[in-house]
Ligand binder design. Sequence first.
Ligand code: PNS
Length: 166
Amino acid sequence: MIKAVYPGSFDPVTNGHIDIIQRGAKIYDEVIVLVAENVSKTPLFSLEERLDMLKEALKDIPNVRIDHFSGLLVEYLKKIDVKIIIRGLRAVSDFEYEFQQALTNKKLYPECETVFLVSDLKYTFLSSSMVKEIAKFGGCIKGLVPDYVAKKLYEKFNIEMENEDR
Ligand code: PNS
């Protein structure tokens, strides 16, 4: 049984993340979606809120498990005896950061491998930060995040969802 961990902030989960998870779940027997801490980001949603949105978004994929961890990703990998990290690559601009992370994780845990899945073309521009910014100003985020996540975003920013397009 080959398992892989897909770590991220998921603040909140987007359709781009879900696409990577669905594809990862076809490659590996189990994908563990891990909400981890990115020290350079201050999340909008609490850990519980992010886990709740992931649970709702991924409820139909049987071989996906959701977990959270505070600490080094490699320590989590060792704890659950998994050696594969999945990351999505959207554009060249992601590369430097992802390359640095992959090499750092490899230095800390030489047995681990980072596997990159190239983002679907329709999600190459999509990021959680972009979605938050659009939602904050009441813009349309349909097709970018699941409806449940869109609802939570508008609630967070106290924006009425009277417009069907939102
Ligand atoms: O969705 P993000 O913010 O790009 O995910 C980044 C994340 C959370 C995967 C990364 O910051 C991480 O692995 N955090 C755990 C702490 C850690 O292991 N840091 C060193 C990895 S370079």
